[in-house]
Design a protein around this ligand. Structure first.
Ligand SMILES: C[S@@+](CC[C@H](N)C(=O)[O-])C[C@H]1O[C@@H](n2cnc3c(N)ncnc32)[C@H](O)[C@@H]1O
Length: 289
């Protein structure tokens, strides 16, 4: 099972410098304008609320552009990623703009050991993060472990229904081809490209990934001691998730050209860690026997 880490890390290590050089990640705009924030964080401004003074951690932060954006909104941010090349680019960006962000190289499942338990008011993650994790329940425990009681998870992520869709058909029908539910077996892809503009030719292209159903994500969080406070499904997603079938609609968002109301493209979810005076993870779901 550990092989998935080696494979996936090689992919992200190779792509990190190319991503940092791509206009789509806008390193130059972060440097030129101290108020500039990423499209991903801007999209959710109405839902993020006031971040001033919060201790936040961005899990699977990649090259740190969303982490820096949250820092610019007033949070005291840390970022965690298992790709050393990604962490190096994130540190370079933060240094270039004089942002005091602590970037840590670690597997997300080790976050509580590396960053400390109950150390944060806010966990931020998403946009192509959960699909790299084989076990959503283990992830949810990590999220609950790093949050203080009353602390908040904020995630915007590609919708598992979108990730279950196969490649485009000429008749425009959407076909469910990949697992919607989490399975033990990974989905194995060998794809040379990436999701931003770049001329770099990649060689580390083999990946292992997993889908997680929306109910599985919500239940995993609930069972880990988190109460859902927001779940909004969106008809857009911040990358070209179905090439040839999507159009750009501004703000870095993409939407199906043909009847986009057929399928949720992404979601924003928030959950708050339940206070647990006895130190337990809280009650089991009332929906379960
Ligand atoms: C698609 S990127 C996330 C993108 C991010 N939302 C952004 O746009 O900058 C996925 C990130 O997850 C990281 N990652 C994948 N598996 C991981 C793991 N097991 N532990 C920590 N980081 C992981 C990769 O190194 C990569 O930087």
């Amino acid at each position: 099972m550990d092989d998935y880490r080696t494979l996936n890390r090689a992919k992200w290590d190779e792509r990190a410098p190319a991503h940092a050089a791509s206009p789509d990640y806008a390193f130059d705009r972060f440097s030129a304008d101290p108020d500039f924030i990423s499209d991903v964080v801007r999209f959710d401004l109405p839902r993020l609320g006031d971040l001033s003074g919060l201790r936040g951690v961005h899990l699977q932060c990649h090259i740190g552009t969303d982490t820096l954006s949250l820092s610019r909104l007033g949070a005291k941010m840390s970022g965690l990623d298992f790709s050393p090349a990604s962490v190096a680019q994130a540190r370079r960006l933060a240094k270039a703009v004089g942002a005091g962000i602590d970037f840590v190289e670690a597997d997300v499942y080790d976050a509580a050991e590396v960053l400390g338990r109950e150390a944060f008011d806010l966990v931020f993650t998403g946009i192509g993060a959960l699909c790299w994790l084989p076990d959503i329940r283990r992830w949810a425990v990590v999220v609950a472990d790093v949050l203080r009681p009353g602390g908040r998870l904020f995630i915007r992520e590609g919708h598992p229904m979108l990730w279950a869709l196969g490649d485009g058909r000429k008749d425009g029908l959407l076909v469910v081809d990949y697992p919607y539910f989490e399975r033990d077996e990974p989905m194995i892809f060998d794809e040379a490209g990436t999701y931003v503009q770049t001329d770099v030719a990649f060689t580390q292209n083999l990946t292992h990934s997993w889908n997680h159903g929306l109910g599985e994500i919500v239940s995993a969080l609930f069972d880990a001691g988190m109460d859902l406070t927001m779940l909004v499904e969106h008809d857009c997603v911040p990358w070209d998730a179905l090439p040839g079938q999507m159009e750009q609609i501004g703000g870095g968002e993409h939407r199906l050209m043909d009847r986009p109301w057929r399928v949720p493209h992404s979601y924003t979810l928030q959950a708050v860690k339940r206070p647990s005076p006895d130190g337990s993870r809280g009650d089991r779901s009332p929906l379960r026997p």
